[in-house]
Design a protein around this ligand. Structure first.
Ligand code: HH2
Length: 279
């Protein structure tokens, strides 16, 4: 298994040390922190704090993907994320990822210095996205989701969710490679909570070793998601950070190489502890 990930001018070696991607939502309506970092100054300050806490990547998003979220027009999404990326670029050389489904937003972000496109549609949402991906050198997070954020929970039906997700991973890798996109640029994400019930999410968690066998590093995004609230019987988002850290340790032990989290420091520490044991 090749654990190198090429993202822009960088090559990241994930064979021994996994990565923590810190979430920066420049949105008024994200499910766990909507509105908190919606203005540029606060988003930049938050992003710099996440780097201080040990984040390897900053994932900047300007459109919520929570179930039922309203789509954001392209110009508005660019207006939200671009000043944040531009400001960060003057203050840090850290790797920046743009969390978007739109090629125009991704292009603006790459031009401003982002090195990764994180597309929850797996480059299927915007017909212009595959061409952009082929033309640039950015790292690519290819996630699995059925339907769109507006419709996905209504479509949460699979005969075998793990088979479906692994099939999708193989299919996407082959298709992208056919377009000249090296698999070394791609990491794979089963898309926890995207068109999946609690049982589906747990089945995917149990199958992380199998998902990793698809040949590319796996990214896990479960931070503060409703599966945690469902399992613990609490709707309070404040109760979801410690369970997120537990899932970081478990996911890393089961072969995941990247976690996408809101609260960075505890997950960095959980990764390092787990890796000390795995070594
Ligand atoms: N989850 C969310 C958004 N982007 N990207 C990847 N690759 N994987 C994920 O699991 C994932 C993602 C949803 O979480 P969040 O950004 O906190 O909320 P919102 O979409 O409401 O802004």
């Amino acid at each position: 298994m090749n654990h190198l990930w090429r993202a822009g001018s960088r090559t990241l070696d994930l064979s021994r040390r996994g990565l923590v991607m810190g979430i920066v939502n420049v949105t008024p309506d994200s499910f766990s922190d909507g509105g908190r970092f919606a203005d540029t100054g606060r988003a930049v300050e938050h992003a710099l704090r996440l780097l201080d806490e040990g984040a390897d990547i900053l994932d900047i998003g300007g459109e919520s993907t929570r179930p039922g979220a309203d789509p954001v027009p392209e110009a508005e999404e660019i207006r939200r994320v671009l000043p944040v990326i531009q400001a960060l670029r003057t203050q840090t050389s850290a790797l920046i990822s743009i969390d978007t489904m739109k090629a125009a937003v991704a292009r603006a972000a790459l031009d401003a210095g982002a090195g990764i496109i994180n597309d929850v549609t797996g480059l299927r949402g915007d017909p212009l996205m595959p061409r952009l991906a082929a033309e640039c050198r950015a790292g690519l997070v290819v996630m699995h989701m059925t339907g769109t954020p507006r419709t996905m929970q209504a479509r949460a039906a699979y005969t075998d969710v793990v088979a479906e997700v692994t099939g999708y991973f193989h299919e996407r890798l082959a298709l992208l490679e056919g377009m000249g996109i090296s698999p070394e640029r791609v990491v794979l994400d089963p898309g926890f909570g995207f068109g999946k019930t609690l049982e589906h999410n747990l089945a995917l968690m149990q199958s992380l070793p199998r998902l990793s066998e698809c040949g590319r590093p796996v990214l896990v995004g479960v931070s503060r998601k409703s599966m945690i609230g469902q399992l613990l019987g609490s709707d309070d988002l404040a109760d979801r950070d410690w369970p997120t850290v537990a899932l970081t340790s478990y996911a890393r032990e089961q072969g995941a190489r990247i976690v996408r989290v809101h609260d960075v420091r505890p997950s960095v520490e959980a990764m390092r502890m787990t890796e000390a044991i795995l070594a």
